[in-house]
Design a binder for this molecule. Sequence first.
Ligand code: AMP
Ligand code: GLY
Length: 424
Amino acid sequence: MNVLLLGSGGREHALAWKIAQSSILHQLYIAPGNAGTKAFGKNIAMSATDFPSIKAFVLEHEIDMVVVGPEDPLVNGIHDFFLADSELKHVPVIGPNQEAAQLEGSKDFAKQFMMRHHIPTAKYATFTKDTLEEGYAFLASMKAPYVLKADGLAAGKGVLILNTLEEAKTELKSMLSDAKFGDASSRVVIEQFLEGIELSYFALTDGDSYKVLPEAKDYKRIGEGDSGLNTGGMGAVSPVSFVDKAFRDKIENQIVIPTVKGLKADGITYKGFIFFGIINVKGEPYVIEYNCRLGDPETEVIIPRLKSDILDLFEGVASNTLSERDIQFEDKSACTVMMVSGGYPEAFEKGKVITGLNGISQSLVFHAGTSADGPVVKTAGGRVLAVTSYGKTKDAALAKSYETIEQISFEGAYFRKDIGFDLN
Ligand code: AMP
Ligand code: GLY
């Protein structure tokens, strides 16, 4: 089959790498892709949110399936766009429709959904600028630290955790009355702070049945010891040592199953990956957030562990036969370390020449932010390369990634040397 994959990050490079191994693939196209994805298909200079151009491309190149990497096209309704178009509706889109994508696109929608279906999550209330005073009163009734979340998509920056009531009130006002995050903060969810260790969990669903994927843990802060500013993710490991069979069963029974059943009960057809951001509070899993896609950099460790043919699974999603498909994973560990541009996540320069990418054998190097300039690969983003390795243990995998990183260079390159530091 001919597949169009949308996106341009490390997640999409890992997906392209895996899709290219499928026995049922004829031709893979990636829009827009990056310097790494073109080894596995044809990069197309087309934005993942330019629906009219995507339509023209799908018809012209006889695309049989569209796989959506990032959240923006989903939250903007790419799935609905295909279903509503008589020329496109036979082409399956792997990724939920606009209503289902609200699990990520609206924190308030996600909280209401979890309450309705008794899915464990932090207590909360939602406010608008008309209920600012009630918001202040709600904050005053809670204990520090205070968690404020912009309702809508805010490029990963919409969650604030504040230590004093004064700061929390100031920020609430700035979000609601001064549109700190634009429209995204016209509603704000205030929720109870949960103390625990976080992990990422994923399921693939056709709307009726589901398959769970292995858990992963990502490292979001720029600095070692989880210090400094938040980033898109500096590394990830899978599996996660504190997640045992009993904890996995709790996640599946208390979170995954009620989510898949809840969506169906609400009349929402969800086809694609569900990302559960989970926090382990004294052995009990709570949902911190949902995303309507795979995580990045989690994909760069989970997809390498997938043994099964990913297009066979996607066909199962498209035709509602996922329950008949087999999903298998490697027992070994996979870990990734992200090489980023100097200065990231604040101002950084792009266009630095990357050397040392040829002749790497013990790691998979997924491009996150690169561009090709003829044969030369240059940096094109904050997160540049995800260096993934396998190992019998997490430490063995990480040691290989760190060795590989020694071979790769670009001006200003930075990476965390302590990925996995908090796990056994
Ligand atoms: P989110 O965008 O919802 O994933 O939130 C970003 C980060 O804020 C999460 O990864 C957590 O580290 C933190 N966070 C969000 N909600 C809570 C909460 N209720 N309690 C503690 N930390 C939280
Ligand atoms: N790694 C977290 C995310 O993809 O949102």
